[in-house]
Design a protein around this ligand. Structure first.
Ligand code: HEM
Length: 533
C-alpha cells in the first residue's frame, strides 16, 4: 500500500515539474516496471517461491538464517506453484516433497499465499497439537457460502467453541448417536430393497443410492425430515442440488484467493455462482426453521429443535442457525457416501477379503436376521477393512480444509510466520513405505494381526498420526464417531445382504478425482447376488 501511494506522489510531483516531459514519464514508468520485475525475481528466487521470498525480503531479511529456510519448489514468478493444486494435488505435493527431500516440511507458494505442508506423522502431530494452528484460511467461496459462521471455517475463538460444544452435546454425543440408530437401520433396509430390485436386472451404479441415503440420513438428524429412498420428492432433490453446487464451489481452486489483484474480475465466476446459491440455501433452510418454530417440540430430537431451544449466550441468530444447519448437511453427506463407494470397490476387487467379512457376519449375526449396530463391536475384521480403505483412500487426502498459523511458530525447527497456511498430506503418510509394510497392498489383516504395531486397538480417530483421516487436535472432525458408525453399519448391512461382483463391462477403476473429497473418478458399477434368503 505504502509503495503505491509513494509512487502516486512521485508521479504527481514529477508531473508538476516543468522538466517532466512525456518522454521522461515513459522512462520513469519503464524504471518502475524494471524495479517491479527485479523485485518479483528476487522474491521468486527464494526456496518455496514468491510468497515466501516476499516474506523473507520484506519482513525478516537478515533475521532468518539461510540454513533455516524451509525447502520447496519456487514454481513460477508471481504465481508460485498454483499448478500443484490442480487435479490430484495430494499426488503432486507428495512427488515434490520427495524431489526436494522435504517430506518433513516443504514450503510452496500459491500466488501471495505462503503454504507449508508435511508428509510426516511426527510433524503433523506438532502442527495439530499446537494451538497456533487452530484457525483455518477462509476461501472467498467459504465466506460467501456463510461457512465462516459455521463450525468449519469459524475463526478460532468463543463463537467457534460454542458451536462445537452445542454440536458435541446434541448431535455427536454417544446418546444421540444411539438414538438415531433406528433411522440408520431404516435407511439401510431401504437401500437393500432398492439394490435388490435394481440388481436383479444386471449392473447397478451405487453412487446415487449412497448419496441419497446419506443425504436422507443427515436430513433426518438435522431437520427431522423423513423420506423414502425409492420415491423422488422435490425437497431432497432441491437440497441435493444445493449441496452438489456448494461442493463444486468449495472444492475449486479459486485463483483470486491467492492473487488478490484478480479479485475484482471473478474470472472463474465463483463469486457469481455463490451469490446465486446463497439465497436458495437461505430460503430452503429458513422455511424449515419457520416450520419448526410453528410446531412445538414433540418427541423429535432433531438439530433444528435443539438450536431453537438454546437460551442465553448460546442462542444463535437465524442467520447463524442457517449456516450451522447447512454445514452439517453439507459435511455429513458426501464424506460418508464417498467412503462407502471406495469400500465396495475394494470388496469387488478382493473377493477373498469380501468372503472373510461375510464369514464374520455369518458367525456374529447369522443369516436369519439383519445386522444391527450393536453387532459391529464384535466385527473386528469388518472394522479392519474400513480402516484399510481409510488408509488407502482417505476421503480428505489433504485433510479437507487446511489450517492457518495465528501467530509465529516453530515447526520441526523451522520458523513459520503467522498467516502461513499449513497442510498435512495424509495420503502421502498412509502410503509411506518407511511407515507401513507394503503400503500399496490392500491388507486389512494388518489391523488384526497380533504382531503388528497397528493391531485391533489401532484408532483412526486422531491419536495416531500414521492414519488420522478425520484430522486431529482442536479442529478434528466432530462428526467422526457418527460418520464411522454409519459407514461400518451400512457397509456391514450391504455385505451381509449381497455378494458384490465385478461387472465385465465396467471393471473397477481406482482412478481418483479430487474435489472437496477424493472420490472415484469413474463411479462404481457392480453386479450383486443376494446371499440371505
Ligand atoms: C467418513 C466421514 C468423514 C470424514 C473422513 C471426515 C473428515 C474430516 C476432516 C479431515 C476434517 C478436518 C479436520 C482437521 O482439520 O483436523 C473434518 C472437519 C469437519 N467435519 Fe468431518 N468427516 C467425516 C464426516 C463428518 C460428518 C458426518 C460430519 C457432520 C455431520 C462432519 C462435520 C465436520 C465439521 C463440522 C468439520 C469442521 C471442524 C472444525 O473446523 O472445527 N464430518 N472432517
Amino acid at each position: 500500500m505504502e509503495t503505491n501511494s509513494d509512487c502516486f506522489w512521485l508521479l504527481f510531483i514529477a508531473s508538476k515539474c516543468k522538466t517532466f516531459s512525456s518522454q521522461n514519464s515513459i522512462w520513469l514508468l519503464l524504471l518502475l516496471c524494471m524495479g517491479w520485475l527485479g523485485m518479483t525475481l528476487c522474491f521468486w528466487l527464494y526456496p518455496g517461491g514468491p510468497a515466501w521470498g516476499k516474506y523473507h525480503w520484506l519482513r525478516k531479511r537478515g533475521a532468518t538464517k539461510h540454513n533455516n529456510i524451509i525447502p520447496g519448489p519456487r514454481g513460477f514468478p508471481v504465481l508460485g506453484s498454483m499448478n500443484i493444486m490442480l487435479n490430484l494435488a495430494h499426488h503432486k505435493i507428495s512427488a515434490a516433497a520427495k524431489c526436494f527431500d522435504a517430506k518433513r516440511v516443504m514450503a510452496f507458494s500459491l500466488g501471495d499465499t505462503r503454504v507449508m505442508v508435511t508428509c510426516n506423522p511426527d510433524v503433523a502431530k506438532e502442527i495439530f497439537n499446537s494451538s497456533v494452528f487452530a484457525d483455518r484460511p477462509v476461501k472467498e467461496s467459504a465466506y460467501s457460502l456463510m461457512f465462516n459462521r459455521a463450525i468449519g471455517f469459524a475463526p478460532y475463538g468463543v463463537y467457534w467453541r460454542t458451536l462445537r460444544r452445542i454440536a458435541a452435546t446434541h448431535l455427536f454425543c454417544p446418546k444421540q448417536i444411539s438414538f438415531t440408530e433406528a433411522q440408520r437401520s431404516d435407511i439401510a433396509s431401504q437401500m437393500r430393497s432398492i439394490i435388490a430390485c435394481r440388481g436383479g436386472t444386471g449392473e447397478i451404479s451405487v453412487r446415487d443410492i449412497l448419496k441419497k441415503a446419506s443425504l436422507n440420513n443427515m436430513m433426518c438428524s438435522v431437520f427431522g425430515s423423513k423420506y423414502q429412498l425409492g420415491s423422488s420428492n422435490t425437497e431432497t432433490e432441491q437440497l441435493s442440488q444445493l449441496v452438489e453446487e456448494g461442493y463444486d464451489l468449495l472444492g475449486k481452486l479459486n485463483w483470486s484467493d491467492h492473487l488478490p489483484w484478480l479479485a475484482g474480475l471473478d474470472l472463474q465466476k465463483i463469486r457469481l455462482r455463490c451469490t446465486q446459491l446463497v439465497p436458495k440455501v437461505n430460503k430452503f433452510v429458513s422455511r424449515i426453521i419457520q416450520q419448526h418454530k410453528l410446531q412445538p417440540e414433540t418427541n423429535n430430537h432433531d438439530f433444528v429443535h435443539v438450536l431453537l431451544s438454546l437460551t442465553g449466550p448460546d442462542r444463535l441468530s437465524d442467520d447463524d442457525m442457517i449456516a450451522v444447519l447447512w454445514e452439517m448437511i453439507f459435511r455429513g453427506t458426501d464424506t460418508v457416501a464417498v467412503l462407502i463407494e471406495w469400500i465396495l470397490a475394494r470388496m469387488v476387487l478382493h473377493p477373498e477379503i469380501q468372503s472373510r467379512v461375510q464369514a464374520e457376519l455369518d458367525e456374529v449375526v447369522g443369516k436369519s436376521r439383519a445386522l444391527m449396530e450393536s453387532d459391529i463391536q464384535s466385527m473386528v475384521y469388518l472394522q479392519a477393512v474400513v480402516k484399510e480403505v481409510l488408509r488407502l483412500h482417505p476421503p480428505g487426502p489433504l485433510l479437507s480444509w487446511a489450517r492457518l498459523a495465528i501467530t509465529d511458530a516453530t515447526i520441526d525447527g523451522y520458523h513459520v510466520p503467522a498467516g502461513t497456511t499449513a497442510m498435512v498430506n495424509m495420503w502421502a503418510i498412509t502410503r509411506d513405505p518407511e511407515i507401513w509394510v507394503d503400503p500399496l497392498k490392500f491388507m486389512p489383516g494388518r489391523f488384526v494381526s497380533k504382531d503388528s504395531s497397528t493391531d485391533v486397538e489401532f484408532s483412526v480417530l486422531g491419536s495416531d498420526l500414521r492414519l488420522a483421516p478425520f484430522g486431529s487436535g482442536r479442529r478434528t472432525c466432530p462428526g467422526k464417531t457418527l460418520g464411522l458408525a454409519t459407514v461400518n453399519f451400512w457397509v456391514g448391512s450391504l455385505l451381509h445382504e449381497f455378494e458384490w461382483v465385478q461387472s465385465d463391462a465396467n471393471p473397477v477403476d481406482l482412478t481418483e478425482r479430487l474435489r472437496l473429497s477424493c472420490e472415484m473418478a469413474n463411479p462404481l458399477k457392480v453386479k450383486v447376488q443376494p446371499r440371505r434368503r
